[in-house]
Design a protein. Sequence first.
Length: 193
Amino acid sequence: MAEFLPLIGFVFFGLFSPGPNVILLTASGARFGFRHTIPHVFGVAIGVGITSAVTGYGVGALLAQKPGLTLALKTVACLWILWMAYQLWHADPAKGQSRDQPFTFIEAVLFQWINPKVWAVALSAMAYVPAMSPSGQAVTLATTFSTINLGVCLFWSAAGALLAYLLTNPVAWRVFMRIMALALGVFSVLVFL
């Protein structure tokens, strides 16, 4: 078990820090309530597990052989996350397009395939997986990511539901979004660690 502690710690901090899933789940909890956000929560947990398992089945090995490609992918992920932080910083909640309903389970699963933070964390987590077969790596990553992320998603959804009564005016929403934007900016640097 001790050999998995670095992986568990890295995955926890990688998934707990603000990113697209955290922001979407917190906003969904604030807007639709905790109960209505549950399908989104389970979709993220399952989708992140699937996405991280793919890295254990070859993408991680390919990147280990191509450090230049790894650096390029981390750079693209970093820039994309910084772009999202910039967009969030300048977002105006009064002009934003709102959804009529929270993400469905399927929408949340599919979103993980285009979520740069999940890919960045999953690819970086390969450095913490003990030496084992690709199937062992895939199962280890999928189990670790899904289990930890379920708890993370439940936390952020509940936090959003609790924040709903505090974020009742545009100034409060703007401050909240800027704090999340700053956290995304910090995460963009952590992609390289």
